[in-house]
Design a protein around this ligand. Structure first.
Ligand code: NDP
Length: 602
């Protein structure tokens, strides 16, 4: 139906006008400064609602081969890949009480991953596990992280409920000194940082937020002691309660249907509606995914990455909304290629985009019965301006009598909070509880925010060096002046919507670096020239997204409306090409960054 739509130049011009007006309603002069960290007056970081009281233990003061900072999928995969390379002493240090990272902390009701589980869950071939659902619930994903950690014996040396406080390079011993908030002080020959991209919670800096006398928490620290129930629902503690939720991103759209099932009344405070596509979750069998064949999972994962990277593939194995929208996504993720005929490119993209977004708005109209509510739920921006979401429950929730949608776009979000609740326009909404589904400082990990200070050769702080000269790495992993430090993350490397795939490729690379250094009794440290060459290559082909983001509704994709992505410079040709580049580099050039160790070192 949608594809037969005729879109006249007038219709497109109208759409552009509407998108601009909707953007203007939301742009705020304070941009990213509108948010505050969640550890200020709320102290969310101090509390771990899933592990309870932290068990006492003696501080460790030994030496390990590799310290892996972070026990999410990045850390677990790094540990597994290092183990496969024969590394013995691997110590994962993790703030949470167990492995899982984002899936440890995020246990909100309704939590699922919206990337197909058979491509999202890593090391399925190696563990023999076959997911039960096309889109797995959070608990199944968390357990899979634990499964990998158990299989590769990562519990033996792990430190949980522990935060690294400093990393200091000791030139005499040619090792890192790692200190933690639990009094640990130990040496590690290598450090791998896997501190995540969704680990720094954020809250809106709403005036009066601290005055509210009701209960509040962030979705990534769900308070089941208050709500009752489990991630599957049954939140009996909310019966008869007036509950508010702020945030309608990928988290909000999963949590809202579950809150609505049990709350006395639910107020959804929306600033920008998400585009909510079909989800079509279902149980799957091993036969459905061909799991009887060796290598089935990596083949499927590669196939997904090819398609969402805009490459052709003989077959679309996953066949879902991500892969069917790949033509659109390819223009944004992971790169915007520089088109030869830019005008033609933009025109073609605009039409395809308008068709898709008309489909999204039509879906709202079909599902939501109250026309006023439906109007407010329609997303008026281009598809790739905001992260797409998928649900067969969210829009339907607004047909319930106990749910009210409160549109806050005209006031740029919730105006203020009082002791009793939330104020929007002239109305004060009295609430017993307000849930913040307001996300994270995406892409900012402890190592970049300064929460985790890193001192390299000569005591130089990584944050200072990077603040002065910009991030400097080879391939995003290693930096001059910081020997044997391997960073996993999105800075100067390549990302993809299936982030665990990217992390696994990065983990393989990190483990190969360590194995090569061990084999040659060498230090891993790129030269300044190698960094220059890499940074030059990134800049030369830097993607041209500004024209697109300048017209987008505000969000973390465009620095809250500033017109440019606030993320770091990434490899411009996408994850598929980046993984190939790494493979080739390992075969041909890895020795170039291996430096002899000092003979007779301590
Ligand atoms: P987001 O940052 O995506 O969304 C935050 C929400 O809070 C937005 O709707 C935002 O509105 C709203 N908000 C912020 N401030 C205010 C305010 N003052 N008043 C009203 N509303 C406000 O956070 P999420 O937790 O949804 O997602 C975080 C990350 O986690 C994303 O990268 C997402 O992709 C990922 N994720 C992935 C999932 C998966 O299945 N793979 C599932 C869940 C999350 P506005 O848009 O107007 O700024």
């Amino acid at each position: 139906m949608a594809h037969s739509q005729k879109l006249s130049p007038e219709t497109l011009a109208e759409l552009r006008k509407r998108y601009r007006a909707e953007r203007e309603r939301r742009v705020r002069p304070d941009g990213p400064r509108q948010y505050v960290g969640a550890d200020a007056e709320f102290g969310y970081y101090a509390a771990d609602p899933y592990t309870g009281e932290t068990a006492q233990r003696e501080p460790v003061q030994d030496r390990v081969d590799v310290a892996v900072i972070g026990g999410g999928f990045g850390g677990v995969l790094a540990g597994a890949r290092l183990r496969r390379q024969g590394v013995e002493r691997i110590r994962v240090i993790e703030r949470g009480g167990d492995f899982g990272g984002t899936w440890y902390w995020n246990r909100y009701p309704g939590i699922h991953c919206d990337i197909e589980s058979h491509v999202y869950l890593p090391m399925l071939d190696e563990t023999g596990y076959v997911p039960e659902w096309k889109y797995a619930p959070g608990e199944e994903i968390r357990r899979h992280a634990v499964r990998i950690a158990e299989k590769f014996d990562l519990y033996a040396d792990a430190l949980f409920s522990t935060s690294v406080t400093t990393l200091t390079w000791d030139d005499t011993c040619e090792a890192w000194i790692v200190t933690t908030n639990r009094g640990d002080k130990f040496r590690a020959t290598y450090v791998v940082t896997a501190t995540g991209t969704l680990s720094e919670l954020k809250l809106p800096g709403i005036p009066g937020i601290e005055k509210f006398k009701g209960h509040t928490f962030h979705t990534s620290r769900w308070d089941y002691a208050y709500t009752g129930g489990t991630p599957d629902g049954g939140l009996n503690g909310l019966a008869n309660k007036r509950v508010g939720v702020v945030g309608t991103g990928a988290t909000g759209i999963q949590v809202v249907p579950k809150l609505a099932e049990d709350a006395g009344h639910l107020y959804v405070f929306q600033r920008t509606p998400s585009s909510v596509d079909v989800r079509d979750n279902r149980r799957t069998s091993a036969r459905d995914v061909g799991a009887d064949r060796q290598g089935w999972a990596s083949e499927r994962r590669d196939n997904f990455l090819r398609i969402v990277s805009g490459e052709t593939a003989e077959e679309d194995l996953v066949a879902d909304q991500w892969t069917s929208s790949a033509g659109l996504l390819e223009k944004l993720l992971p790169s915007f290629r520089r088109p030869r005929d830019r005008a033609a490119f933009e025109a073609a993209y605009e039409v395809a985009d308008a068709i898709k977004m008309n489909e999204m708005r039509a879906r709202v109209e079909e599902i939501v019965t109250d026309p006023d509510t439906a109007e407010k739920l329609k997303p008026w921006y281009r598809y790739a301006c905001k992260r797409p979401t998928f649900s067969d429950l969210y829009l339907q929730t607004f047909n319930r009598n106990n749910v009210t949608l409160v549109d806050t776009a005209d006031t740029h979000g919730i105006e203020r909070m009082t002791e009793r609740g939330v104020v929007v326009g002239d109305i004060e909404y009295d609430l017993d509880c307000l849930v913040f589904a307001t996300g994270f400082s995406v892409g900012i990990s402890g190592i970049h925010s300064g929460r985790l200070p890193v001192h390299g050769r000569g005591g130089n702080r990584l944050q200072d060096v990077w603040a002065a000269r910009g991030p400097r790495t080879l391939h995003g992993f290693t930096s001059n002046g910081f020997p044997n430090l391997i960073q996993l993350g999105a800075v100067q490397s390549a990302a993809s919507v299936n982030y665990t795939h990217v992390l696994d490729e990065h983990a393989v690379h990190a483990a190969a670096l360590v194995a090569a250094a061990e084999a040659k009794d060498a230090l891993i440290e790129p030269s300044c020239e190698a960094e220059d060459t890499w940074i030059g290559a990134l800049a030369e082909d830097a993607p041209d997204h500004e024209w697109f983001h300048a017209e987008c509704t505000p969000g973390y994709y465009n620095g809250e409306g500033r017109g440019r992505p606030n993320g770091p410079i990434a490899y411009p040709h996408g994850a598929l090409a980046f993984h190939e580049l790494l493979r080739q580099w390992r075969e041909e050039s890895m020795d170039q960054i291996l430096k002899p160790r000092t003979p007779g070192r301590a």
